[in-house]
Design a binder for this molecule. Structure first.
Ligand SMILES: Nc1ncnc2c1ncn2[C@@H]1O[C@H](COP(=O)(O)OP(=O)(O)O)[C@@H](O)[C@H]1O
Ligand SMILES: O=C(O)C1=C[C@@H](OP(=O)(O)O)[C@@H](O)[C@H](O)C1
Ligand SMILES: [Mg+2]
Length: 170
């Protein structure tokens, strides 16, 4: 299967490991790697500032444009998305059209531990644990569209990358 696929797209809640695992996948496969958040911050400004100046809806419009441009490129690449890109149906459709979509999951406790020291996520600031639980509930079916789901709660990032590659080689 791996030969036919030109994009591997990682979706999942904040802290499930998309940015981290995408680097390992790209190294192992020798593919390019893009993180939509990084592209946004390189071209539009920090995510926190974008949320402050354009609101979440403005950020989502920017995010969708960046995601579609990454999906439509010719090269074989690993794309780490931001956790909320799945909220727009046009993004879900584009991801399914262009590649193999892997949803990373993890339990709330592990997510909280992984993200609590990182202040870069505007939606979590303040009551981090409360916000994680609230948004996870809102999005409990938002990642169901993916081709593959992988629970990273008890996996290292490398184990997760290895399991994704194994799944592609079946
Ligand atoms: N499987 C894992 N086990 C433990 N820590 C992880 C795992 N995956 C990622 N992390 C850590 O959790 C934090 C968030 O990871 P990141 O890749 O930024 O997640 P995402 O891009 O999904 O928000 C980072 O500090 C990262 O090192
Ligand atoms: O889930 C979300 O709405 C968001 C997830 C973040 O990316 P990560 O999932 O890589 O943390 C980033 O795009 C922004 O803070 C919004
Ligand atoms: Mg990320």
């Amino acid at each position: 299967m791996e030969q036919r696929i030109s994009k591997i797209i990682l979706v999942g809640f904040m802290g499930t490991g998309k940015s981290t695992v995408s680097r390992l996948l790209a190294e192992q496969l020798g593919w390019s790697r893009y993180d939509s958040d990084e592209v946004i911050e390189e071209t539009e400004g920090t995510i926190s500032v974008l949320f402050d100046t354009h609101g979440e809806s403005g950020f989502r419009n920017i995010e969708s444009k960046v995601l579609v441009s990454l999906l439509e490129s010719e090269e074989r690449s690993i794309i780490a998305t931001g956790g909320g890109c799945v909220l727009m149906e046009q993004n879900r459709e584009a991801m399914l059209k262009h590649g193999f979509v892997v949803a990373l999951t993890a339990d709330a406790g592990h997510i909280i531990e992984r993200v609590k020291a990182d202040t870069s996520r505007p939606l979590l600031q303040g009551d981090i644990a409360g916000n994680v639980h609230r948004i996870m509930e809102q999005r409990k079916h938002a990642y169901d569209f993916a081709h593959l789901r992988l629970d990273t709660t008890s996996l290292s990032p490398q184990d997760a990358a290895d399991m994704i590659i194994q799944a592609l080689q079946k």
